[in-house]
Design a protein around this ligand. Structure first.
Ligand code: MOS
Length: 768
């Protein structure tokens, strides 16, 4: 039987997206819809003395102006479970007071019949402020570092093993360097947008979010209405990269405004300024790395100390040392995290929060150490290879990193690399090679799926997760098709609606490993019900045949060793006058021992060789650590006259479990590597240290890679199923691609030029 899982199929939603037929949150047609435009604070700290809206309010077409004086009161959000949603600025619910904590804070919403009128009216509002001195920069002497005790997911960002200081002191070869990364803004193609309308006490919102249930829960909490009175819909998302994993003020302001004027209201953040001030960012990091090794390259001790920033209204930790703990077999290691509070909006996760900037600094430090030791950088990684989790000695559920190193090195032509920097010059162009290790945890949580297998021979499943552009619609359908024995065209997966059974938020690269097993369990359950029906049906050719002897292919049930004996789902269900088979499945690895989820079948058994085996719901966290690894290899060409860097080739080899769709998986890794080009060479938000205002406030100033910057890509996978995390065998592909890549590019630039730039981005001025 040919499997649909694993095939590099095109996206089910591809045509809808490229033809404009896919409705994004800001594109739903709602009768009577009007437009909200938000106004931001122009000062960085202080309070509003007076806000004069009289002229704006008199303008024809203006329906109302909402400020802290007349906006409804909001409730503080509660709830600690990860699916409850995270509002980054919990002490700063919008329009609740005259206090200003950062430049760009929303202070009013103008609502008008058209967007143009709302925008013009916004320009007529006069605000009188009382300004106070702000802390605007991580280097500000007023910015006092402290050590946070909780990072993402509630774990401590501080870690310690062994006796680091003493071992470092006595090491034969030592390295100490400091690396800095600037603020990055996510800038998904689709800006943050919310459309809201009320029908009596029921609220519907179309929101661009990575977590539909989180938004539902937050809105219920903050507006003080029951959850079942809030419906959140988000079928298509134009990228998020973490910025839509948190919920921003627009999601509250749209329902508030809709209530305020009793009409449906849409609020979309403007790319210029708004997307750079009130929708999160990756923070500045200053990372000091110490390494100590013996002369053979065995690292005995390391220290990774990070300072990052947060706001005055909430705490977000860019825990850059998080991956350093697991990367290599380093017996003595200190991870230190400092945080300073600035008058800026609260930062939030950005694709591989912590791991992305952290692997930049650490993997450049590894390159520098390799040079000191006169050892090939790849060899240094192999000398310090961690066969087991260096944190606790546990086995990896699957780690095939050596294979990644081999694949990547062969693909880039690592043997052509000269150990001497700037040795490879043709005319004015310098060529260089660099590499780095990639790593990201494999996450999994709880998901429920409802699946309907119809008499017509098609199936529809629904689970409220999101497709943030990654291919969820497509790969879930592939899983359904195989488990049901139906053609790919006959199955449909629905998502992005809070009326569907609950699935995971799209964060932490967990969608596939979490939703996939639930989809598969529901499909297997429906197929099994059909088979049971046939076995019990005297009119069926499968009457009294053993279940294990029955296969289903192309919508037809048949006896495995006698293919002629069989019938289709359609024949079986129509004869039995059943319009459909309707099943629910929940898979929940967060359950404790003894608890069972609905789909954890009594005869559940883990049978890795049988792709149709029932799911064993217990992830063995006692025995295994679930983590993915990979390697990036990069070739760059640098123009020695202009300092321009062209990434010529990126060869990435990833060990992320089974590849369910090679096309979407490759796109994930390529997209992440392109983020890495941005981080390494172009991106960086600049603030005015005197005023605290953002200087690079649109895509004309904030440079991202474009088509002309694209290298040749060679993405490979080990494609080794990890059945310890789930019987779909996948560990998640979303974020690992952005780890290590920035270092690999920076290392290649050094190899080309002999210039070690330790302050990102590596712009031409730093190379000439
Ligand atoms: Mo990812 S930064 O967990 O959306």
């Amino acid at each position: 039987m040919s499997m649909i899982v694993g095939q590099p199929l095109d996206r089910k939603d591809g045509k809808l997206k490229v033809t404009g037929a896919a409705p994004y949150a800001g594109e739903f047609v709602v009768p009577g819809l009007v437009y909200g435009v938000t106004i931001q604070s122009t000062i960085t700290k202080g309070h509003i003395n007076n806000i004069d809206t009289t002229v704006a309010q008199k303008l024809k077409g203006v329906l109302g102006v909402m400020t802290y004086k007349n906006a409804m009161s909001l409730h503080q959000p509660t709830g600690s479970d990860p699916s409850s949603g995270k509002f980054a600025e919990k002490d700063l619910l919008p329009l609740q007071s005259e206090r200003i904590f950062y430049n760009g804070q929303h202070i009013a919403v103008v609502i008008a019949e058209t967007f143009e009128i709302a925008e013009y009216a916004a320009s007529l509002i006069k605000v009188d402020y009382n300004e106070e001195k702000s802390v605007s920069d991580i280097h500000d002497p007023e910015a006092k570092p402290y050590q946070p005790q909780q990072g993402l997911g509630g774990t401590s960002p501080q870690a310690k093993r062994g006796n680091t200081d003493e071992v470092l002191n006595n090491a034969a070869v030592k390295l100490e360097q400091t690396y800095t990364t600037p603020v990055y803004h996510h800038n998904p193609m689709e800006p943050h947008t919310t459309t809201a309308f009320w029908e009596d006490d029921e609220l519907t919102v179309y929101d661009s979010t990575q977590g539909v249930f989180g938004v539902q829960n937050l809105l219920s909490n903050v507006l003080g209405i029951p959850k079942n009175k809030v419906r959140v819909i988000s079928p298509f998302i134009g990228g998020g990269f973490g910025s839509k994993g948190f919920t921003w003020a627009n999601a509250f302001l749209a329902p508030m405004a809709a209530k305020f004027i009793n009409r449906p209201v849409k609020i979309t953040l403007a790319r210029s300024f708004q997307m750079f001030t009130c929708a999160g960012r990756r923070t500045t990091t200053i990372q000091k790395i110490n390494l100590g090794a013996d002369s053979n390259g065995k690292i005995s001790a390391g220290k990774h100390e990070t300072t990052s920033e947060t706001s005055f209204v909430d705490e977000f930790v860019e825990n850059a040392g998080v991956a350093t703990k697991i990367l290599y077999d380093i017996p003595n290691l200190d991870i230190v995290q400092n945080l300073v509070r600035l008058n800026r909006g609260t930062p939030c996760p950005t694709r591989a929060p912590g791991e992305a900037p952290g692997t930049y600094a650490f993997e450049v430090a590894m390159d520098e150490l390799a040079e000191k030791l006169n050892i090939d950088p790849l060899q240094l990684r192999l000398i310090n290879y961690a066969e087991k989790n260096p944190v606790d000695g546990k086995e990896f559920s699957g780690k095939n990193l050596k294979e990644c190193y081999e694949k990547g090195a062969a693909a880039i032509g690592w043997k052509d690399r000269s150990d001497k920097p700037s040795a490879n010059k043709q005319g004015r162009y310098l060529t260089g090679y660099g590499m780095a290790t990639a790593t990201y945890p494999a996450n999994r949580s709880k998901a429920s799926v409802r699946l309907k297998l119809y008499q017509e021979g098609n199936a529809v499943a629904a689970c409220c997760t999101q497709d943030i552009g990654t291919g969820t619609y497509t790969v879930m359908a592939q899983l359904m098709a195989d488990a049901l024995g139906l053609p790919f065209e006959k199955v449909e997966f629905k998502l992005g609606d809070s009326t569907f059974p609950q699935g995971p938020n799209s964060g932490g690269s967990q969608t596939m490993a979490t939703t996939g097993p639930a989809v598969r369990a529901a499909a297997l359950e429906a197929k099994s019900k059909a088979i049971q029906l046939a076995i019990a049906d005297k009119k069926s050719p499968l009457y009294n045949v053993e279940e294990s002897a029955i296969g289903v292919e192309n919508g037809r049930l048949y006896v495995i060793n006698n293919n002629a004996k069989g019938e289709t789902y359609t024949q079986l269900l129509s004869r039995n006058k059943m319009p459909l088979i309707d099943v629910n499945a929940t898979t929940d690895v967060t359950l404790k021992d003894g608890e069972k989820s609905a789909a954890a079948n009594a005869n559940a058994k883990k049978e890795p060789d049988n792709p149709f085996a029932k799911q064993d719901e217990k992830m063995d966290r006692e025995k295994y650590v679930f983590h993915s690894f990979g390697a990036h290899f990069v070739k760059v060409k640098v123009d020695s006259l202009t300092g321009m860097v062209k990434v010529e080739k990126i060869a990435s080899a990833m060990d992320i479990g089974k590849i369910l769709n090679e096309k979407t998986a490759k796109s994930q890794i390529m997209g992440a590597a392109i983020f890495g080009i941005g981080m390494a060479l172009m991106e960086g938000s600049v603030y005015d240290p005197n005023t605290g205002r953002i200087v690079t406030k649109d895509l004309a100033d904030y440079h991202v890679p474009v088509h002309a910057d694209m290298p040749e890509f060679d993405v490979q996978f080990t494609d080794k199923p990890d059945y310890n995390i789930s019987l779909v065998g996948a560990r998640g592909a979303g974020e690992i691609g952005i780890t290590g890549i920035t270092a690999a590019i920076a290392n290649a630039v050094y190899n080309a030029t002999g210039k070690r730039v330790r302050e990102l981005p590596i712009t031409p001025d730093k190379l000439i």
